[in-house]
Design a protein around this ligand. Sequence first.
Ligand code: AHR
Length: 508
Amino acid sequence: MAKLVINPEKQVSKIQKEIYGHFSEHLGRCIYEGIYVGEDSPIPNVNGMRTDVVEALKKIKIPVLRWPGGCFADEYHWKDGIGPKGTRKKMINTHWGGVVEDNSFGTHEYFELCRQLGCETYVNGNLGSGTVQEMSEWVEYITFKGISPMADLRKENGHEEPWKIDFFGVGNENWGCGGNMNPDFYANEYRRYQTYVRNYNSQQDGKESGIKKVCCGPNADDYEWTREVLKTCFNHCDPSIHGHMDGLSLHYYVHPEGWQIKGSATEFDEEAWYKTLSKAYYMEELIRRHSAIMDDFDPDKKIGLMVDEWGTWYTVEPGTNPGFLYQQNTIRDALAAGMTLNIFNKHADRVKMANLAQMVNVLQSVILTEGSDMILTPTYHVFDMYKAHQDAMLVESFIDSEEIGLTEEYRTPNLTESVSLDKKGNLHITVTNASLTETYPVDTHMIEFSAAEVLGEMVQGEMHSMNTFENPECVTVKEFTDVRITENGICFNIPPCAVLHLTVKRKV
Ligand code: AHR
């Protein structure tokens, strides 16, 4: 019997809702087809945005959406994507499939999408191939409410009122596709570019703009990048400098068989199952070690670690454009998502945002589309259950897990968990079981908390279970009833290949 101990009296940190964020790039069929079909499309839409996709995303309470990339961001020139659609410049999307980008989805369309979703905005600026002036003018165009060249241009283009930028990324992967810079060079560039990401309205109304600036952080385990960039960009002796950085990004993808081969999304054996989940769990070490470096500069945890790209990355589906990164999604991805989100929750004191890559039709998507059809992936259903953690308070918890796997090298905890307390005083417990074969009984001891009622829901399946356009409801959220209240807490049996969410109501 595994033991799970929960201490609701020990409140660790608020789980920022932005940890449940998403990412949409001009890549493959993410934006075009997946989200934006245009106003004249026979697919039902509001101002060009697919109604089915928007409604599904609203249900999981998508808190924030990153755009326009990715590698695309450092080649994106925002002025190409404003004004009458017929006159917008066409360009080659050199990173992703060499297709023509007609810029019909630009700044106005992105803010309209976020309006429909009711989510925060995260705009990623171009530091790799754009100028300081271009970045500065984009912020002016979007946010300035007075009279200025860029604000006037926005008004001419039909939007009188400014929009709000919640997060602004100053470059993307500048160690790679964003300019192949070394950390020292990037860090100085960051200092320069971010200076001109201005709070345009404050001189008029004295209010802070609230733009949170995100500095390009490391690729996976590049700890040197983290240290070097912070050395130049973060100075804890000078409070004015820390105000220039609100977050440092981290990118990490799971490739089961490595970057070159990757591996199939749907055809895999037991070894690849455990390898994938072991690599997903590696996120824990990455966060712990990057956080330790951040603690050296920022012990008060004023800047967040923003994991603004994460997810599984497999070989593309046979017959699809290799540059479109389209992959299916199985219960293995649900496990990878459940484990990773538990890790983020448990590091809520440092992880302030995360963005799954990517929202629709690219990599570990929550939604797949084919023409007018749409399916929700197993990963979607995990986000649906875990939304209960958004803005709740992480409480101390511990589960006595064991490492499982078929090889010495790739082992993963059989069980992971995280627990939060919501505003109504209910506990939310999310647990994953990575085993392909074992059901685990879990005896939960809750300190100073008496349960009045417990409700369960679960995403579970066989090793290869997935949703297809022919069978879209194979993996969904189902009611879970194998749980009972005990003297000290609750007791439940979690089956193999499962992600579980329990809501425990307090006895008053
Ligand atoms: O998400 C796909 C790509 O992965 C992004 O464009 C890039 O930032 C990362 O390498």
